[in-house]
Ligand binder design. Structure first.
Ligand code: GTP
Length: 353
């Protein structure tokens, strides 16, 4: 039986050839590239609802399309679109947003379940693995839509400002799978890419331990992918996210919140207290937290400002610089190995003489 977890993920961001990915040249040429936002988060945190609201908030582009836009787009309606949505959840029955690329058009989740005799989660992982094998076609399509045709100047606005990616509710299916890493890395090699970790603020309000679980997940994903991270506190129409920001700013405030809930007694509580200390460094290393309501649309402007900062600044300063360093190290390692092999060969030749 095919197992979804047998493939080994390549180290994130490393290119086998040691070449810089296309995004580096694009940024150096000053081209306007869409920002890719990958929505991740615990099941039910509101990823899909938020993505729908985000798409709605973009329906009226801030920069109206120019006649050039219509040259690049297939239809006039497409030219007005400021977002391009990719659905990577194979198990969803329907999506409320307008989807441009849908995994369900390529992979039949139910058939995967039957054919490989898998349960729901295994079938999601396998569907993602199957889709990852075709992701180069997705990238070709995205790059075609994002690149202005010659001889238009590279700065032309062509009606695609953001690529929004919805992921399965079974968070680990995407975030800890080889296929998730391959797809995120492919996107980051072509576009400034940010992770948007959606948090159910209402659930955090009733449980500091749930807040901690979310932060741990967000932290681990940031370190695994090295991509800029936005923590998006959703459902602020029910409860304000201010308490979450305070818990991130003020370690004592979080400890006091833990004191107030009975579930924090015993081992679970002391584990959460210890982890809070560890996360202090994570909190101080990123500043991209925003509160939104996917239902009312509150916080959309803040959200897009944060995406612009994370995509245009953090991605370049952190991700690209880090990638360049890793590629340099990789090349230095390859050269060192080549020198060792050469000197061994020389020794063997000398010995043979
Ligand atoms: N009050 C409120 N409810 C929300 C908000 N966003 C989402 N919800 C509700 O939360 C539930 C889950 O929302 P989804 O968008 O399906 O969440 P999801 O993270 O995509 O779910 P999975 O894909 O199954 O993980 C639904 O009942 C939504 O109506 C919000 O901002 N405010």
């Amino acid at each position: 039986m095919e197992s979804a977890s047998t493939t080994t993920a390549p180290p994130f961001g490393e290119t086998p050839s040691g070449q810089l990915p296309p995004i580096v040249q694009r940024l150096e040429r000053g081209e306007k590239t869409p920002i890719c936002v990958i929505m991740v988060g615990m099941a039910g945190s509101g990823k899909t609802t938020l993505l729908t609201q985000l798409q709605r908030s973009l329906e009226t582009p801030s920069v109206p399309p120019t006649p050039d836009d219509f040259v690049a787009a297939d239809t006039a309606a497409d030219a007005k679109m400021a977002s391009y949505v990719v659905n990577l959840d194979p198990a969803t029955l329907s999506v409320p947003y307008e989807v441009s690329i849908d995994i369900r058009d390529t992979v039949d989740y139910k058939q995967v379940m039957q054919q490989h005799k898998l349960g729901p989660n295994g079938a999601i992982m396998t569907s993602l693995n199957l889709f990852a094998t075709k992701f180069d076609q997705v990238m070709t399509l995205l790059e075609k839509r994002a690149t202005p045709p010659e001889p238009l100047p590279p700065q032309s606005q062509i009606g695609m400002d953001y690529i929004l990616v919805d992921t399965p509710g079974q968070i680990e299916a995407f975030t800890w799978s080889a296929s998730g890493a391959i797809m995120s890395e492919a996107l980051a090699s072509a576009f400034p890419t940010v992770l948007c970790f959606v948090v159910d603020t209402v659930r955090c309000a009733s449980s500091p331990n749930t807040f901690m679980s979310n932060m741990l997940y967000a932290c681990s994903m940031m370190y695994r992918t090295r991509l800029p991270l936005i923590v998006c506190f959703n459902k602020t129409d029910v409860v304000s996210h201010e308490f979450c920001l305070e818990w991130m700013r003020d370690h004592d405030a979080f400890q006091e919140a833990l004191d107030d809930v009975s579930e924090s007694a015993g081992f679970y509580g002391s584990l959460t207290r210890s982890l809070a200390l560890v996360l202090d460094e994570f909190y101080s290393s990123f500043a991209n937290a925003v509160g939104v309501s996917a239902v009312t649309g509150d916080g959309m402007d803040d959200f897009w400002k944060t995406v612009e900062k994370a995509g245009r600044q953090d991605f370049v300063l952190d991700y690209i610089e880090d990638l360049k360093n890793r590629i340099e190290e990789q090349q230095a390692r390859t050269q060192a190995m080549a020198r060792v092999s050469l000197s061994r060969l020389q020794r063997d030749v000398d010995a043979a003489d």
